[in-house]
Design a protein around this ligand. Structure first.
Ligand SMILES: Cc1cc2nc3c(=O)[nH]c(=O)nc-3n(C[C@H](O)[C@H](O)[C@H](O)COP(=O)(O)O)c2cc1C
Length: 142
């Protein structure tokens, strides 16, 4: 089986404060670490954007579980494809919150967000711009 990634966006159903995010990350990192899954979770104003990287079968199964999680809705797949190498190989699940960083500042995406669009409406090309920006290390990763 080869390496793949799944990139999706979703909307919280109940509010995720710092405590809920920390709980989620603890759960995710424990499972992902045991399953060879890496990636990043971005939270911005009630919306999630997540990259899952790993063996195709492992991330497909995880994504099925995540998609059914009652804590969020409008789970929207943006990219699902084989990859040569990981962007977030050092992270069982990196976390970036756009407080202070501002997804609206990502070059190439500013006009998109300024026009009132959100993470749920990203095209694959736009999602890749965001992923490259995060992986580029300019943001605070927790
Ligand atoms: C936005 C979001 C992202 C999540 N990311 C992960 C993840 O990367 N890894 C993980 O194991 N669980 C993640 N979860 C939690 C899963 O949906 C699920 O609760 C967890 O896998 C436990 O499932 P189980 O009780 O069926 O074993 C995430 C949940 C949400 C809402």
């Amino acid at each position: 089986m080869g390496l793949s990634r799944i990139v999706y966006a979703s909307r919280e159903k109940e509010h995720f404060g710092l405590l809920e995010i920390q709980g989620l990350l603890k759960e995710a990192r424990s499972f992902n670490g045991k399953s060879g899954i890496t990636g990043v979770l971005l939270y911005d104003q009630g919306l999630f954007f997540q990259v899952l990287e790993g063996e195709s079968e492992a991330i497909t199964l995880l994504y099925q579980k995540i998609a059914k999680d009652p804590r969020h809705e409008q789970v929207t797949t943006v990219i699902q494809e084989p990859i040569e190498s990981r962007y977030f190989g050092n992270w069982s699940m990196a976390f970036v919150s756009s407080y202070g960083e501002g997804i609206g500042k990502v070059s190439g995406l500013k006009s998109f967000f300024d026009a009132g669009h959100n993470l749920l409406q990203l095209s694959p090309v736009q999602a890749n711009l965001l992923i490259q920006e995060i992986a580029g290390g300019q943001w605070t990763v927790l």
